[in-house]
Design a protein around this ligand. Structure first.
Ligand SMILES: Cc1ncc(C[n+]2csc(CCOP(=O)(O)OP(=O)(O)O)c2C)c(N)n1
Length: 312
């Protein structure tokens, strides 16, 4: 019999939760906790780093190390945490405004390194915390009840951007199917390298377009639901041989094409995955010079104080 040491409850905190009733963030939070329990990761070996936004409050509600950083800065801080202590399982979390708006430069450049961490974006199409302005994933011309005017700019495609930027695990999940989302998060955490999941998340207060009811509609082919899972139809986005450039390009192009499916049929699951050495492994193998990195050997707190003092 397998003894389960940790259950979802072990990753919960007593901190008062300020999310609105019915917020999709609860689904993502439950899925993170269930995913960590599935992997039986001791809470003290996990760090959750967030940016600013409603979703940025997630670390307060997860029993693990947590760092609520600045708007758009979850990824660089998570990178620092992982490089300083590679034994930690590091999750970066935040909203679509945080990651694809102000944090867009970090989003792209984090794909180029392949540090072993997982980035979860709570994508609700709006800036929830600041009362519902259009985020970079809100399509042009659409207007939610929280917006004064329809969106004037085109939306970005986060999955296509992630694949083009070099992320080695790229997936889409749905907040209100926590069981499947938990499995997807566990897969992402187990992936060696930078894993990214764009999580479709409902915001019942400001987004009356992408609602629970809208996602549940039977608009798909053969009367199936709008949301469906790629692996249920036999899709496999894994690259078998990362040294085969033709295969890598073909898999990327195919995954990007599938990421543009939207509307009546919205695919979920893993779009693209490739196993290549992580940034940390390359450091270990001498592929990168440690002395060129800002992370110094034997770095101590007093060095940080000295560094801070030099800016006063
Ligand atoms: C530098 C900076 N600019 C702007 C803000 C104001 N601000 C706080 S949260 C936020 C956007 C939140 O939206 P999103 O990241 O999508 O997260 P959500 O609240 O929807 O979870 C903004 C613009 C800020 N805190 N810091």
């Amino acid at each position: 019999m397998v003894v389960q040491t940790f259950t979802s409850r072990d990753y919960k905190t007593d901190t008062h939760n300020t999310w609105c009733a019915g917020c999709g963030d609860f689904g993502v939070l439950n899925a993170i906790q269930a995913g960590l329990a599935e992997l039986q990761l001791p809470p003290h070996e996990v760090a959750v780093v967030s940016g600013i936004g409603c979703s940025g409050k997630a670390p307060h509600y997860i029993n693990a190390y947590g760092f609520h950083t600045l708007h758009g800065r979850a990824l660089p801080v998570a990178t620092g945490v992982k490089l300083a202590n590679p034994n930690l399982t590091v999750l970066a979390v935040g909203g679509d405004g945080d990651g694809y708006g102000i944090g867009a430069g970090y989003f792209m450049n984090s794909g180029r390194r392949n540090v072993d961490l997982t980035y979860l974006v709570f994508n609700n199409g709006v800036y929830g915390l600041t009362k519902g302005q259009a985020s970079p994933t809100m399509p042009k011309g659409l207007k939610t009840k929280g917006m004064a005017e329809p969106a004037v700019q085109d939306n970005i495609n986060p999955l296509a951007l992630a694949i083009a930027s070099g992320y080695t695990f790229v997936a889409r999940g749905y907040a209100l199917e926590p069981k499947r989302l938990a499995r997807l998060i566990a897969q992402a955490v187990q992936h060696r390298g930078t894993a990214f999941i764009d999580i479709l998340q409902t915001c019942p207060v400001y987004n009356d377009l992408y609602t629970k009811e809208w996602y549940a509609e039977k608009t798909g082919s053969n009367g199936r639901a709008r949301l469906f899972y790629l692996d249920d139809e036999g899709y496999d986005g894994r690259v078998a041989d990362p040294t085969n450039v033709d295969e890598v390009v073909e898999k990327k192009v195919h995954a990007i094409a599938r990421s543009y499916e939207w509307g009546a049929n919205i695919p979920l699951g893993v779009f693209y995955q490739m196993e290549v050495p992580t940034f940390e492994e390359q450091l270990g193998q001498g592929g990168l010079r440690r002395d060129r990195l800002p992370v110094e050997e034997n770095f101590e707190y007093r060095d940080l104080t000295r560094l801070m003092d030099s800016f006063r």
